[in-house]
Structure formats: structure tokens, C-alpha cells
Design a protein. Structure first.
Length: 226
């Protein structure tokens, strides 16, 4: 029974995570356990556990009435998350550079090639899938699950806003693809001295885009994004 419940929690979690990160439900939107339970044909207990997991990751929050909503994110939280990503990504990429096999190198090159193709087609969904593969490969090679989990959770909190900020901005996808290519070169060449500055530049652009988006939303809605 415990295994079955755990599996249902994973199903609910994956579904809700996909909805939030793809903007099927927007920041501030309520998440009804009853409605989700009916949609997924799953009892409310696994739904609640999945929501609690997302709350821990910062993607969901509870209101004063104890109901769940999709979490907003402030500019301060973006800056703090990006500060953390700079540190963790530099560690992960440096660690991976020490352990890469020829097969790993090919996988990384293939992921960047998929990013480039998706960029040319202005296919943001395909680009995001390739970006996810890139980071999964690096995390697997670095082989530090604690750091990898922290990186995944932190990136999710800000990157769900990043993809929205790229709408109609081919240049941003192109620049980000080039940055990934430069990171792959540094990792494969075991050029640890180049990894840190490359990560700082890459995360700096992510920071700028998300902060710009949140500032624009604040100006349009009158909400305080600080």
C-alpha cells in the first residue's frame, strides 16, 4: 500500500510540476485538491503530499486559509537563487569535467546541437527539453546527488519565468545556446579556470531576463516585485 501511495504521489507531483513550469497554471493561481483529484483520478491524499513537496521546493505556497496556490517569486528571491546557482553550477561543471568519458562528451555535444536546432526553429519547448538533458547529463557525471537536487530545485524556481521572457526573443535563445557550447568546451577540455567565468556570465543573463520580466509585470499590475 505504501509503495502504491508513493507511486501516486510521484504521478501527481510530475503532473503538477509540468503544469506549473509550462505555465498551464500561472503564478498566484489556486490549486484545488478536489479538482486535481478528479482530473487525475487519484485520491486527495497523494495530491496533498505532492503539493507539500512542491511547497518545499518553493513552487507552491499556502494561503492564510491553508489552500495551495502557485507561488509568486520576488526579485530578491531571483537574485538569491541565481547567487546559489552560480556557486552550485560551478561546482557541478568542474566536478563533471574530471569524470567525463568519451560517451558523456558525445551526449553533451548532442544536447547542445539539439539546442541549436531548436533555436533555429524558434521551438522553445524543444530547446527546454535539450537544456534539461544537458543538465541531467552533467549532474549524472558529477555524481553528487545532494548538490544535484539543490541545483534542480533552485533552477526550477527561476527558469519557469525565463522561458516566458524569451517569447519573441530569438537572440536570447541563440545567446544561451552559445553559452552552453562554451561551457561544454570548458568541461571537455577540463579548463576549470574558464568554467567559473562562463557560469557567471550565463547565470547573469538568466538573472537579467527574469528580473526584467518581474519588473515589467510589477509595472503593469502594480504588484511589488521587490
Amino acid at each position: 500500500m505504501a509503495l502504491e501511495t508513493s507511486s501516486l504521489v510521484d504521478v501527481a507531483y510530475d503532473d503538477l510540476l509540468a503544469r506549473i513550469t509550462s505555465f498551464q497554471v500561472k503564478a498566484g493561481a489556486p490549486l484545488s485538491e478536489v479538482k486535481i483529484s478528479k482530473e487525475l483520478n487519484i485520491s486527495r491524499t497523494p495530491i496533498r503530499e505532492a503539493l507539500q513537496r512542491l511547497e518545499k521546493e518553493g513552487l507552491v505556497k499556502r494561503t492564510e486559509s491553508a489552500r495551495f496556490t502557485v507561488a509568486q517569486i520576488s526579485i530578491r528571491e531571483v537574485n538569491e537563487a541565481c547567487d546559489m546557482l552560480e556557486i552550485l553550477d560551478t561546482y557541478i561543471f568542474s566536478k563533471a569535467s574530471q569524470k567525463l568519458t568519451p560517451d558523456d562528451e558525445k551526449e553533451l555535444r548532442d544536447a547542445v546541437k539539439r539546442m541549436s536546432d531548436a533555436c533555429d526553429a524558434n521551438d522553445r519547448t524543444a530547446w527546454t527539453d535539450a537544456d534539461r538533458s544537458f543538465h541531467q547529463i552533467v549532474n549524472r557525471v558529477a555524481d553528487n546527488e545532494l548538490v544535484a537536487d539543490s541545483v534542480r530545485e533552485t533552477r526550477r524556481r527561476v527558469q519557469r519565468f525565463w522561458i516566458r521572457s524569451t517569447v519573441g526573443q530569438f537572440d536570447r535563445l541563440h545567446t544561451c545556446t552559445v553559452e552552453h557550447s562554451q561551457l561544454v568546451d570548458a568541461i571537455i577540455n577540463k579548463d576549470v579556470a574558464a568554467i567559473g567565468p562562463a557560469v557567471t556570465e550565463h547565470i547573469g543573463h538568466l538573472r537579467e531576463n527574469v528580473v526584467s520580466l518581474l519588473t515589467t509585470v510589477a509595472l503593469l499590475t502594480g504588484e511589488d516585485g521587490a
